[in-house]
Design a protein. Structure first.
Length: 423
């Protein structure tokens, strides 16, 4: 029997693997006179045709009526069904599917999901909590707080990973979602263009669509660099401004503070930041933790597929086997021995200091700092773990700062430094 595909029902982008490729389908739908369009095509027209656009069909998954129904769709569930079919076809029409479920979806919504899936060509092979699957991918142990940001809410999941991996509880924050942050930043960027060029990109549907199309890419760049130049088409040609991560973080300060307080209250020995959260500008300075790649929940679900196949397909899995022999895992990652930067491997055994001298990034052993007042990052082994301390402007960590592992990366401005193991 062919292995089941894993689909993560994340409304920022539904995710599924097709071979080695990660497919992403933004959680948008467009109800047109000719039918339902979903995913990237729907998002590309969302602000051109806002009267037909919907992005709440996963958040409000159910049989409630749409704000404006048509002969093609009367309920949110109809849009969810259409998007699942589109993703199923793009993924090569798998016979069986495992769903990775975000923590905000309740029992009634899962029942609707199973009803929708029953009308599709594929069979449901199982359901697993998405944060649990991502924890499997991370291979972390101990008390873990997984933080995720969806379009209309944030989800914080507490887990314990020891002799078993178990979801302890879930907290949903309806006060903040990625859409709210994107709205704030779109307005801020529009104000900057007005001040610089007397051009308001939000004044027309085409202008706003261009801004919204570019915004995710700009945010991804600002997650790695403190400042970028951004450009939009204007009435008489391209217009540009300089944009900083700091100004966007400041504009969203109240939302960041809410997330920061919730993370502090959630506790945990380690934090896992889902991709939608980890890629926010300057978020690492507010909520330290290991940033996860977009495929984390899907890859974790695939690692669990054999076990999931032994469980009832209509029961959400929130705990994985108690024995080391049976527990699925994506594989523990080794402690790094070196930090790779610009094709040179720097030994970590005695620790390492990273700072800027005369504006240039420098790496050297502890005790060799020419100026101890210069802000710096310090890597050192403590109780068998590699720990990162200190601060530098523009730093982002793909990993857990309190337990860095081989493959984790440090992003400092435009520089990328990777932790490796030299045997």
């Amino acid at each position: 029997m062919a292995s089941a595909a894993v689909i993560e029902l994340h409304d920022v982008a539904l995710r599924c693997t097709a071979g080695s490729e990660l497919l992403e389908s933004p959680g948008h739908a467009l109800i047109t006179p000719r039918g339902i369009v979903t995913g990237a095509e729907a998002r590309a027209r969302a602000w051109l045709e806002p009267q037909y656009s919907v992005d709440r069909h996963w958040q409000q998954l159910g049989t409630g009526p749409l704000p404006a129904s048509s002969r093609h769709a009367r309920h949110f569930a109809d849009l969810a069904y259409a998007q699942l079919l589109d993703l199923y076809r793009a993924a090569g029409q798998p016979e069986r599917v495992i769903f990775a479920i975000p923590g905000h979806l309740g029992r009634e919504q899962l029942a609707v999901l199973l009803g929708i899936a029953n009308a599709t060509p594929f069979a449901v092979a199982g359901l697993i909590d998405a944060a649990l699957a991502a924890t499997v991918y991370s291979a972390l142990r101990g008390e873990i707080l997984h933080l995720d940001l969806l379009r209309h809410c944030a989800v914080l999941t507490r887990l314990h990973a020891g002799s078993e991996i178990e979801r302890i509880d879930v907290r949903v924050l309806p006060e903040i979602g990625l859409n709210q942050l994107h709205d704030l930043w779109a307005q801020h960027i529009a104000e900057r263009f007005i001040a610089r060029h007397r051009y308001d990109p939000l004044h027309t549907g085409a202008g706003e669509q261009a801004l919204r199309d570019a915004l995710p890419g700009w945010l991804a760049e600002l997650a790695a660099r403190p400042e970028i130049d951004v450009q939009l088409p204007g009435p008489r040609g391209p217009l540009s401004i300089a944009l900083t991560a700091a100004e966007l973080a400041e504009r969203a300060a109240a939302h960041y503070a809410l997330l920061e307080r919730a993370a502090a209250a959630g506790g945990g020995d380690s934090r896992l930041l889902a991709a939608a959260l980890a890629r926010l500008p300057d978020i690492g300075a507010r909520i330290p933790g290991r940033g996860l790649p977009p495929e984390a929940a899907v890859a974790g679900g695939q690692a669990c597929a054999e076990y999931i196949a032994t469980r009832p397909a209509n029961v959400l899995i929130t705990r994985l086997p108690a024995t080391e022999k049976d527990r699925p895992t994506a594989g523990p990652r080794a402690l790094p021995t070196h930090l790779l930067w610009r094709h040179r491997a720097h030994d970590l055994r005695a620790g390492l200091v990273i700072d800027r001298q005369a504006g240039l990034l420098t790496l050297h052993p502890p005790g060799c700092e020419p100026d101890t007042d210069v802000p710096a990052l310090r890597l050192a082994f403590t109780s068998g773990r590699l720990v990162l301390r200190g601060a530098l402007p523009g730093i982002r960590v793909d990993g857990d700062s309190a337990d860095l592992r081989t493959g984790d990366r440090l992003h400092i401005g435009a520089e990328v430094l990777e932790l490796i193991e030299v045997l």
